[in-house]
Design a protein around this ligand. Structure first.
Ligand code: SAH
Length: 248
């Protein structure tokens, strides 16, 4: 009886191994062109949306080329990940248009030693771009689910220099302040004082300021203690909210 059983088991096992092997080979053959396709789309994005519009900082261009934007968008929008527009990421929020990400990053004049604060982690894409260029990134997200999702993605992709906090970015992150640069990716109606106070001497902050559909991207620089403010671009970001607005 045992001998008969073994007789059935061995071919089943070998068949199982054989078919698993075939499936593995097929999935590798199928996913390879997909990976190459995304690389091609990313290269095209860098050429037509980033360089063509005047972004020239080498580190920023390299980061836009390296970070796989399609990993930060929901599966349903993956084919449009490299399009010239923002995309929904769930919870009524969006991942910014690639050009805006590059523009805001370039204007901060970052280098390998920079410590940056981001308000509005969202998909985590902007934080990943910053992490490619800087020493450390501190990012705050008010929607818990988005904060957790991004945190897990950073871990999976090996970004050990990004720290995520779930909370109200209006208050900044005083434990790690002052910051060389602050980037805000949701729009308050005025520039929060705690963020101004957490900007280092010589530091820069880029922040969209205004009402729901009309905002200006404002650049703040701290020189000899005082803050200089310039409007650089009209934009449209999701509003900055506080804990009492968080009703879903
Ligand atoms: N930088 C993001 C863009 C996210 S959209 C990316 O690369 O995908 C703006 C994000 O700001 C949203 O996820 C929103 O939930 C978050 N947000 C809004 N108000 C906030 C606040 N007070 N503190 C922290 N995050 C906030």
């Amino acid at each position: 009886m045992k001998a008969i059983k073994r007789c059935f088991q061995v071919p089943f096992l070998s068949r199982y191994i054989f078919f698993s092997f075939v499936i593995l080979i097929l999935s590798c053959v199928r996913s390879q062109p997909q990976v190459d396709r995304f690389k091609e789309l990313r290269e095209n994005m860098v050429t037509t949306q980033i360089k063509a519009r005047g972004i020239s900082n080498r580190e920023v261009i390299e980061a836009m080329r390296n970070v796989e934007r399609h990993l930060f968008v929901p599966e349903t929008h993956i084919q449009h990940a490299y399009g010239d527009h923002p995309l929904p990421i769930g919870y009524g929020q969006t991942i910014s248009q690639p050009y805006i990400v590059a523009f805001m990053t370039e204007i901060l004049n970052l280098d390998k030693s920079s410590k940056v604060l981001e308000v509005g982690t969202g998909s985590g894409y902007q934080a990943a771009i910053l992490a490619e260029i800087c020493d450390s990134v501190y990012t705050i997200e008010i929607v818990e689910e988005l904060g957790i999702r991004s945190s897990q993605l950073f871990k999976k992709l090996g970004y050990s220099n990004i720290k995520v906090k779930i909370g109200d970015g209006y208050k900044g992150w005083s434990e790690y302040s002052p910051f060389d640069a602050i980037i805000v990716t949701c729009a308050p109606t005025h520039i929060p004082d705690p963020l101004k106070n957490q900007l280092k001497e010589g530091g820069r902050m880029i922040i969209p300021v205004g009402e729901r559909y009309v905002q200006e991207l404002v650049l703040l620089t701290r020189k000899k203690g005082s803050l200089k403010q310039t409007s650089v671009l009209p934009v449209r970001f999701v509003p900055m909210v506080d804990e009492k607005d968080m009703i879903y």
